[in-house]
Design a protein around this ligand. Structure first.
Ligand code: NAP
Length: 305
């Protein structure tokens, strides 16, 4: 029977780990969430982040800026706001007149808890990570919670965005105790993706196309991670993977309730890191991720009993 890799218990365990660490260190990590203009979907996400932060002892504050703000004014604001917080994120999307990539370059890398800046992506690429983008790191936590090791596995990542596909491929392929996979990265110009999938132990789909992964592309021994978020014709959330795939594979993350719940909890993990790295309580992210994974494994074992 197909195992459902649900994100909620993992996110709950991860938040427990963060809360324990924050309390043990007597810390009060802080996060600024910069939102430009009014976007109802963004407001829902931001409220969710603020609420979740409160649960683990992190102070998250929304800084709401006018839609009419210029690029330069926003850059100046980011510079000033970031001085007062351990971490800062800019809620995307930004209004059309502001180039998102140009703004990301101006986030101080030691406060970039989304892990989007070139410096943080580069640190991951050279196996000395600091802040790793929350969705890829959340997927890593989720797989390890369920005892799915990556070492030596064939992982096929579909998608190469700077936020998901690229950091994910880097993360699982580096020489970390919790990585060491052999990665194939596919994208819109890849030929014969079905052929690449034939040897896959784990398939991570971050294509951004509703029901892109079809039943005929999977096998019964595969583990599938569905990153996509879409609204179907009935107004329900669905993913990049066709629902029938669930009947075939060994394990799969559901949508909703799979990768989604991990992203916010992992952002909070990065805010904890930002505070503790700045204070010198911890010196590197790799060992903290290792510790956290051990905790998650134990939580799963305890829950299973
Ligand atoms: P994106 O920036 O649009 O990137 C999509 C990637 O898929 C691109 O690299 C693209 O290739 C590739 N692609 C597109 N069509 C393809 C095809 N037919 N065959 C193979 N590859 C194809 O999207 P993203 O930001 O990475 O997000 C992906 C999905 O994850 C979206 O549905 C998004 O909403 C969701 N998401 C979910 C979470 C969460 O918390 N659950 C977080 C972030 C994103 P090219 O590079 O060649 O264009």
């Amino acid at each position: 029977m197909t195992q459902l890799l649900k994100g909620k218990p993992v996110a709950t365990a991860l938040k427990k780990w963060i809360r324990n660490r924050v309390e043990a260190e007597g810390a009060r990590p802080s996060l600024a969430i910069v939102m430009v203009g009014n976007n109802p979907a963004s407001e829902v996400y931001v409220n969710h982040k603020i609420r979740a932060a409160g649960e683990v002892g992190i102070k998250a504050e929304l800084v709401h800026l006018e839609e009419s703000i210029t690029r330069q004014q926003l850059v100046n604001e980011i510079r000033e706001i970031s001085k007062r917080f351990d971490g800062i994120i800019v809620q995307l999307p930004l209004p059309n007149h502001i180039n998102e990539d140009a703004i990301i370059q101006h986030i101080p890398p030691n406060k970039d808890v989304d892990g989007f800046t070139p410096e943080n992506l580069g640190l991951l690429a050279r196996s000395t990570p600091r802040f790793i983008s929350a969705t890829p790191l959340g997927i890593l936590f989720l797989l390890h919670y369920y005892g799915i090791s990556l070492t030596g596995k064939n992982v096929v990542v579909i998608g190469r965005s700077n936020i998901v596909g690229t950091p994910l491929a880097l993360l699982v392929s580096r020489r970390f105790p919790w990585a060491n996979a052999t990665v194939t990265m596919c994208h819109s110009r890849s030929r014969n993706i079905d052929e690449h999938l034939k040897n896959a132990d784990i398939v991570i789909v971050a294509v951004g196309k509703k029901h892109w992964l079809k039943p005929k592309m999977v096998t019964k021994n595969m583990i599938v991670v569905d990153v996509g978020i879409h609204v179907d014709d009935n107004g329900k959330l669905t993913g990049d993977v066709e629902p029938e795939v669930r009947q075939i594979v060994k394990a799969i993350t559901p949508v909703p309730g799979g990768v989604g719940p991990m992203t916010v909890a992992t952002l909070l993990f990065n805010v904890y890191l930002a505070n503790s790295l700045a204070k010198g309580i911890i010196t590197d992210a790799e060992s903290v991720i290792t510790e956290c994974i051990e905790f998650l494994r134990k939580e799963y074992q305890t829950k299973k009993k």
